[in-house]
Design a protein around this ligand. Structure first.
Ligand code: PMP
Length: 431
């Protein structure tokens, strides 16, 4: 078996490797697989961990005597706000507990900024000639498609091991008032798996911005989603921003989508008090109150912030072996070949796979032909365009472990085949 960089092989050795990869790929196709590694969805086993929710709530009053069946309470039930304030390192009065989707809260926030302007805007963003956002890449595809749907220009900036490239971002926002905001997934980012450092976070909330109303959409979707004992601690961004004199810059989002039920969890927004008041002032025209029955059953199900942490350990037990299987399959087939690097995340839902430049689309197409569906190449970039065509997001949470193992062995075959094809074509071209 080849264990040295493919670029070191002689043309004959490379042909040999290519032949073996083709044979392995043909065998893979013959198996007629139907496997899906596309989306970061919890598996049935993970969802089942929360099935007691189906028998809750007991009664219909919360600790304050609120009848949760009725209208009202736009900012959500006190106890659930307290529980998640504790988990997110914020104060309860900085938290709004909303409906089932944090993505919806991000979207509502963006639309409020466009139509009304943020608390510190001179006019609605929609009245600006151009609105631009900094987009750390690779990033969450739905963040980017949301911006695209409103014609917001996206400026990609790379993510380093300690978070988005703060030096590059500071240089961009300093002089361009059209740059109104940026996305950050601070902990176990989708898909890079990186966690932002205190230093990078501090720079981003303190840096001078030409736009007085620059906003950081701080999407803490994976704050408690650890895969190892080495638990990343979320930066206390609201305090850091307040200390830097920019309390209104970050708006945090989170949800229980990957804690309880992905489709029926509780979503949260957390921000400085002025932002919270701004949000509720506009949201009062959209809702008379959130689904408090769902909030109450979550309060009863978890019991406390510690109850949430304990619950996350059960997810970890199910997820960690799947992530280990991804790493094992890639290591077995590709280690040392110099044609792929991949993340070894300690949390979150994704493995970030970078293949040989110019082969990601080919890998995804090969896998598809063999019955293994991957997220489209480039999905983690604005407008789906990965300039190097090398990035593939792997989502191993949903299939059962045996399927993850089978699918990943197949993916590794496709990565090796696509790389060998590319390198062999280079040999031919230069011959
Ligand atoms: N943010 C990120 C970074 C995500 O990966 C996801 C889910 N894939 C979401 C938000 C969606 O969250 P919700 O279910 O709360 O809308």
């Amino acid at each position: 078996d080849v264990t040295q960089p493919l670029t070191d092989l002689t043309p004959a050795e490379l042909q040999d490797y290519l032949g073996r990869q083709r044979a392995a790929y043909d065998a893979l196709k013959e198996r007629g697989l139907t496997l899906d590694l596309t989306r970061g969805k919890p598996s049935a086993a993970q969802l089942a961990l929360a099935d007691r929710l189906l028998d809750l709530p007991e009664g219909f009053k919360d600790a304050d005597g609120v009848d949760v069946r009725n209208y009202g309470g736009l900012n959500g039930l006190r106890e659930i706000r307290e529980m998640f304030a504790d988990l997110l390192w914020v104060e309860p009065d900085q938290v709004i507990a909303g409906g089932n989707s944090s993505l919806t809260m991000m979207h509502d926030t963006l639309v409020m900024c466009l139509l009304h302007g943020a608390v510190d805007s001179e006019r609605p963003w929609g009245r600006e000639e151009t609105v631009k956002f900094i987009c750390p890449v690779p990033g969450y595809d739905r963040h980017f498609t949301m911006l695209a749907s409103y014609g917001i220009e996206m400026i990609p900036v790379p993510i380093n091991a300690d978070g988005p490239d703060a030096t590059a971002i500071a240089a961009l926002v300093k002089d361009d008032p059209a740059i109104k905001g940026m996305w950050i997934v601070p902990t176990y980012a989708n898909p890079s798996g990186t966690t932002i450092s205190e230093d990078v976070a501090a720079t981003l909330v303190a840096m001078p911005t030409a736009a007085p109303d620059f906003k950081i959409f701080w999407d803490n979707a994976y704050a408690f989603h650890h895969l190892t004992e080495d638990e990343a601690k979320s930066v206390d961004i609201l305090s850091v921003a307040a200390a830097a004199g920019n309390p209104n810059r970050p708006i945090m989002f989170a949800s229980t989508s990957k804690i309880s039920y992905a489709g029926s969890g509780v979503a949260f927004l957390a921000a400085a008090k002025d932002n919270v008041a701004w949000w509720l002032r506009h949201y009062q025209y959209a809702s008379i109150g959130p689904d408090k029955v769902n909030q109450l059953r979550h309060i009863q199900f978890f019991g406390s912030a510690q109850g949430v942490r304990d619950h996350m350990l059960k997810h970890r037990e199910i997820l960690a072996p799947k992530f280990a299987a991804v790493d094992a399959a890639l290591t077995a087939a590709l280690d040392g070949l110099g044609v792929a690097t991949w993340s070894k995340p300690t949390g979150g839902y994704f493995v970030n796979l970078d293949v040989l430049d110019g082969t990601a689309s080919r890998v995804v197409a090969l896998a598809k032909e063999a019955g293994i569906v991957l997220t489209p190449a480039g999905a983690s970039f604005p407008h789906g365009h990965d300039p190097r065509d090398r990035n593939i997001r792997l989502a191993p949470s949903f299939p059962v472990l045996a399927d993850v193992e089978t699918a990943m062995a197949g993916v590794a075959t496709c990565v090796g085949l696509a790389a060998a094809e590319k390198l062999a074509a280079r040999h031919t071209a230069s011959a």
